[in-house]
Design a protein around this ligand. Structure first.
Ligand code: BV8
Length: 235
């Protein structure tokens, strides 16, 4: 059954969990350049440097200070309250939606706690560091291990399933994303074109704000529980 509520999340939903966003003033892209750490060309040119960037983020994500916040928990409760009706599509590579209990979940940009082998394509849960010397646990090849993350210029994951859900959902909710990165930033137009009600919950208007029929601005940990409650009472 296709979900009637599709929820797109971005880095803003994890901000109050202690993870940096990308384009806020002190965000990740103010410290490193996309071209140096988040493209296949960067990885080919400087694999050790790209590994170090993701090793730092993988270690940080597993720090005791990082945990799901009320927004992640509210989305998991919404899924439990409306069985089979909710799908979360996240741009985030953190695991906070899973840790909050979300199961109907697509990581369209991959997952920081997974690594895959360029030689045999096997993907593995991965909590330690990676380096150009890391052997593949499946085929033992060395030099092919990479973060299981979608870089710029690479095709996001599960796009068919995402577009099928966007084409039939009744409500599309965008949470904590600036609407800069495609194809995710185009999802609101897809959903609206298919007749869905479109809602933006964000700290400030995103690039696509004009496409949303309902807009609420403020921190996700406050906005999302209240909005999820409203959806549960309405359905
Ligand atoms: C692709 C993993 C094609 C890496 C990331 C048009 C069509 C198609 C492609 C393009 C196009 N135009 C340009 C492109 C190319 C490119 C692109 O979009 N570039 C942009 C910069 C212009 N897109 C791609 O390359 C994509 N691939 O299209 O492939 C293709 C076709 C055929 C065959 C092969 C390929 C791939 C994009 C994926 C890149 N990987 N992530 C990693 O994480 O290291 S994307 C990167 O940006 C981030 O990872 C994140 O996932 C994503 C989006 O960022 P946001 O989540 O929105 O975060 P941001 O900081 O921007 O915003 C945070 C928001 O939260 C703000 O609005 C803020 O106000 C708010 N906020 C802050 N605090 C709070 C809050 N909200 C609520 N509460 C708070 N407390």
């Amino acid at each position: 059954m296709l979900p009637s509520i599709v929820i797109l999340t971005g880095a803003g939903i994890s901000k109050e969990s202690g993870l940096d966003t990308f384009r806020d003033k002190d965000g990740i892209w103010s410290k490193v350049r996309i071209e140096d750490v988040a493209t296949p060309e960067a990885f080919a040119r400087n694999p050790r440097g790209v590994h170090e960037f993701y090793n730092w983020r993988r270690r940080n994500l597993q720090g005791a200070h990082i945990a799901p916040n009320a927004a992640h928990k509210a989305l998991a409760a919404l899924e439990r309250g409306l069985p089979g009706r909710v799908l979360v599509v996240t741009q985030n590579i953190d695991n906070l939606h899973e840790r909050a209990g979300s199961e109907s979940l697509i990581h369209m940009h991959g997952e920081l706690l997974k690594a895959r082998c360029a030689e045999c394509a096997a993907a593995h849960e991965w909590r330690g560091d990676l380096s150009p010397e890391t052997p593949c646990p499946a085929c033992t090849a060395v030099g092919g291990m990479r973060p299981h993350v979608v870089w710029f210029g690479e095709m996001p994951l599960d796009m068919e399933r995402i577009y099928a859900a966007l084409g039939t959902c009744e409500t599309f909710i965008s949470i904590g994303t600036s609407g800069n990165v495609y194809p995710a930033a185009g999802f609101v137009a897809e959903a609206r074109g298919a007749g869905a009600r479109t809602v933006e919950l964000n700290l400030e208007p995103s690039e696509g704000a004009s496409l949303f029929q309902e807009k609420l601005y403020g921190p996700a940990a406050s906005l999302v529980p209240a909005y999820a409650e409203k959806l549960l009472n309405r359905n």
